[in-house]
Design a protein around this ligand. Structure first.
Ligand SMILES: [Zn+2]
Length: 345
């Protein structure tokens, strides 16, 4: 896919209209699931296109065909091996025992050096697409920084990122920033429906209005309301031991359920203030019931605990222990305040 997403076309035209005095490095960033990587790729295609239409890639010329086929000589994609495997561009079979790298390694940056000295096709741009920029390890980031300090001619670096604050500040300072907004809900809904996503409105809300995330979750067959959230809302405020919830959590990936509970926690905080849920509008009544009975301090403590788990979620030491502990922590924090319920305004 080398076209801009529908909501990206207007900002893309504005951006590409300045291509004559283009910065040599751009940091394209936005919330996860809003299409910054797609924007960068479509941007590369538009810069390389031989007969752009209204600034955007025509999709038909030789350059556009090369980009689509993934073999344009003036386009390089620098991403972790794990990402290349997901794209089907790299075989895992080589050494099945070894996990593909989640990092962008220095060799990948170094391998660009000879490329900078080759002539470009018809004297056009050379585009290095690097995503996600957070995957650059420190050594690779420094190597890239060195290149950007004396940028090669006719070369544009497009870095895509979700969290620029996690990048090397000196690297960020070498890039022009191009922030992408969360697309308007109506446009995202139209796009999701065109993509055949069922229950698009609930999906989009559950994904925090990030349309690509909503589509990904639909394609993975994830329920809009994950089973653990459903169980949790059923058991909240009751005297159970949380065993069923612990089982459900253990059957899933910590990275998934921590994320889901963080979203539900925001909905509960909103509910405690009498506001409608942001992520699960269809569950407004259940969320409000739980939210009205709970202790805000306990809710805040568990929010902190969830944030800590977020960092550890990829490497749980003992999944069963974590699931048991999580179920207890989550349910305890929504036990109604019994004696002397504090009057909350
Ligand atoms: Zn073209």
């Amino acid at each position: 896919m080398t076209d801009f997403l529908p909501w990206q076309q207007t900002p893309a035209r504005r951006w590409l209209a300045t291509r004559e005095r283009f910065a040599h490095a751009w940091l394209i960033h936005g919330r996860p699931g809003c299409g910054q990587m797609e924007f960068a790729l479509a941007g590369a295609a538009s810069l390389l296109c031989e007969s752009p239409r209204d600034g955007l890639a025509c999709g038909e010329c030789q350059a556009c065909r090369w980009v689509k086929a993934g073999n344009h000589p003036d386009l390089r994609r620098i991403r972790p091996d794990a990402q290349a495997v997901r794209e089907g561009a790299l075989d895992v079979a080589e050494d099945a025992k070894k996990q593909p790298s989640r990092e962008i390694r220095i060799e990948q940056i170094r391998s660009l050096l000879p490329w900078f000295n080759t002539a470009t096709h018809r004297g056009g741009w050379r585009v290095a697409l690097l995503y996600p920029a957070e995957a650059l390890n420190t050594i690779a980031a420094n190597a890239l920084l060195k290149i950007l300090e004396e940028p090669p001619e006719h070369t544009v670096f497009l870095l895509s990122a979700q969290a620029p604050d996690r990048l090397l500040p000196t690297l960020v300072s070498r890039c022009r920033r191009l922030p992408l907004a969360v697309p308007p809900v109506a446009e995202s809904l139209a796009w999701l429906e065109a993509q055949g996503v069922k229950d698009a409105a609930a999906r989009l809300a559950a994904a925090g209005d990030a349309p690509l995330l909503a589509r990904e979750q639909a394609q993975e067959g994830r329920p809009v309301m994950p089973a653990w959230l459903d169980l949790f809302l059923d058991q909240a405020g009751r005297d159970g031991d949380g065993a069923a919830l612990a089982d459900a959590l253990q059957a899933g990936q910590p990275a998934d359920w921590v994320d889901d509970f963080q979203r539900l926690w925001l909905d509960l905080s909103l509910g405690a203030h009498g506001l409608p849920p942001r992520y699960h509008p269809a569950q407004a009544a259940r969320i409000a019931t739980v939210a009205q009975a709970l202790d805000p301090a306990a809710l805040a403590r568990t929010a902190d605990w969830l944030r800590d788990q977020r960092r550890l979620a990829h490497h749980p030491l003992n999944p069963k222990l974590l699931a048991d502990h999580a179920a207890r922590t989550l349910l305890q924090s929504v036990r109604p305040v019994r004696a002397d319920p504090k009057g909350r305004a």
